[in-house]
Design a protein around this ligand. Structure first.
Ligand SMILES: *Cc1c(COP(=O)(O)O)cnc(C)c1O
Length: 360
C-alpha cells in the first residue's frame, strides 16, 4: 500500500540528532537558534520563533496580539481543528466565513460582511499548500485595523507572486510529521515585528528572559534541540522536496483523466507547494472511490470531512452557520499521496488506480 504520507529522512538527520545527544544539551539551545535563523531567512522575515507545535504557534501569536475574551477572529471553516481551537483557547470567538470553491481558501468577498465592532483579527489558512487571497485580505485588514495571522502550517515555501507564506502577517507554521518539512512535532512563528517576536519568546518560556525571573504569565511551549537539529536539516532539503511535490502534481495533472474526478486548480501567480493533492469526487461516489483506490494499493485521506462548526464541540457551544460551499467541498475532497519519496512506479500506480475506478 502506498501510504497517504511519509516523512523523508536521510543520514543527515540521523547524524544531526546523534550530535545533539552526544553534546549533552538536548532541550532548547543553540540548535533552536540556528533553526530559527534558517526559517526566518526561508520566509524572508527578520524574526522566527520556534515553539512546540503549530497549535501553540497559533495560540501564542493570538496572545501576543492581545486577543482574548470578547474578541472575534474571522477564519475559514474548512481547515484543521487547531486553527479555530487556538482562538477558543484565548477566550475569543472564531467567526467562520465560507470558502472559495476554486482554491478551497477563505472567500475574501465574504469577509467584510462578517466584521463587527468586536472583530480583532483574520486567520487565513493556506490550505493544502496554496496561499489564500492575501492581496484582498491584507487590504480588508488594513481598512478595518485588523491583525492578520497566517495559518501557514501546510504552506512552507509557498509563494504569492514573489512573497513567501508567513511574510504577510504573523506567520504560524507546523513541523508535524506529515507536513512538508518536519521535526516530529514543532511549530514556528514568523514576524517582521520585533515586539511580537519578543512577546512570543516570553510566552514560550514562562514569561522569563532571565532565568527564574518571570515578567508575565507564560507556558512551556519550547522546542528541543533534538527537534531543531532535524528541522534545520529539513530546511536545507525543502527546495528539493518541493520540486518533487510539484513534479508529482504535474504528473497527476497530465495523466489523471477520470470523468468523475476534478483536479486541483492553482490560482494564477501562485506557487502551490502541494502539501496535499486533492481530487473532488461527487459525494455519492467518494467512499466507493476511496475503497477502490485502497484495493488498488493507494492510500487516500479526507482533509477534512466536517467543516469546523459541524464538529460536535462547536455544535455544543452553539454554532449553526450556513456555509454551503464548505459543506459541499468537505463532502467531495479526497487526497492522493504526493509526498517527495514517491517513485515513478508509485506515480503510475496511483494514476492507473484513479483512471481505473468504476463509479456508477
Ligand atoms: C497541522 C496544522 C495545524 C496544527 O499544527 P500541529 O503542529 O499539529 O499542532 C494547524 N493548522 C493547520 C491548517 C494544520 O494543517
Amino acid at each position: 500500500m502506498i501510504p497517504i504520507s511519509r516523512p523523508l529522512f536521510g543520514s543527515e538527520e540521523e547524524e544531526a540528532v546523534l550530535a545533539v545527544l552526544r553534546s549533552g544539551m538536548i532541550a532548547q539551545g543553540p540548535q533552536v537558534e540556528r533553526f530559527e535563523a534558517a526559517f526566518a531567512a526561508l520566509c524572508g522575515v527578520p524574526h522566527a520563533v520556534a515553539v512546540s507545535s503549530g497549535t501553540t504557534a497559533l495560540y501564542l501569536a493570538l496572545l501576543a496580539h492581545g486577543i482574548g475574551p470578547g474578541d472575534e477572529v474571522i477564519t475559514t471553516p474548512f481547515t484543521f481543528i487547531a486553527t479555530a481551537n487556538s482562538v477558543l483557547m484565548t477566550g475569543a470567538r472564531p467567526v467562520f466565513v465560507d470558502i472559495d470553491p476554486a482554491s478551497f481558501n477563505i472567500d475574501p468577498a465574504l469577509i467584510a460582511a462578517a466584521i463587527t465592532p468586536r472583530t480583532r483579527a483574520i486567520i487565513p489558512v493556506h490550505l493544502y499548500g496554496q496561499i489564500a487571497a492575501m492581496d484582498a485580505i491584507m487590504e480588508i485588514a488594513q481598512r478595518h485595523g485588523l491583525v492578520v495571522i497566517e495559518d501557514a502550517a501546510q504552506a512552507v515555501g509557498a509563494l504569492f507572486h514573489d512573497r513567501p507564506a508567513g511574510s504577510f502577517g504573523t506567520g504560524c507554521f507546523s513541523l508535524y510529521a506529515t507536513k512538508n518539512i518536519t521535526s516530529g512535532e514543532g511549530g514556528m512563528i514568523t514576524t517582521a515585528d520585533p515586539a511580537v517576536a519578543n512577546h512570543v519568546r516570553l510566552l514560550r518560556s514562562h514569561g522569563s528572559r532571565v532565568r527564574y525571573y518571570h515578567e508575565m504569565l507564560g507556558y512551556n511551549f519550547r522546542m528541543t534541540d533534538l527537534q531543531a537539529a532535524i528541522g534545520l536539516v529539513q530546511v536545507g532539503k525543502l527546495a528539493a522536496f518541493t520540486e518533487r511535490r510539484l513534479h508529482h502534481a504535474a504528473f497527476f495533472d497530465r495523466h489523471i483523466s477520470h470523468p468523475a474526478v476534478t483536479k486541483p486548480q492553482v490560482q494564477p501567480g501562485l506557487r502551490h507547494v502541494f502539501h496535499q493533492y486533492i481530487l473532488r469526487i461527487h459525494a455519492d461516489h467518494r467512499a466507493e472511490a476511496a475503497r477502490q483506490l485502497a484495493a488498488a494499493g493507494v492510500g487516500t485521506a479526507i482533509f477534512y470531512p466536517l467543516p469546523i462548526p459541524r464538529q460536535p464541540y462547536y455544535r455544543e457551544i452553539g454554532y449553526t452557520d450556513h456555509l454551503p460551499v464548505a459543506d459541499q467541498i468537505s463532502a467531495e475532497v479526497l487526497a492522493l499521496p504526493v509526498y517527495p519519496g514517491l517513485s515513478d512506479a508509485d506515480l503510475s500506480q496511483i494514476v492507473d488506480a484513479v483512471n481505473g475506478m468504476r463509479l456508477e
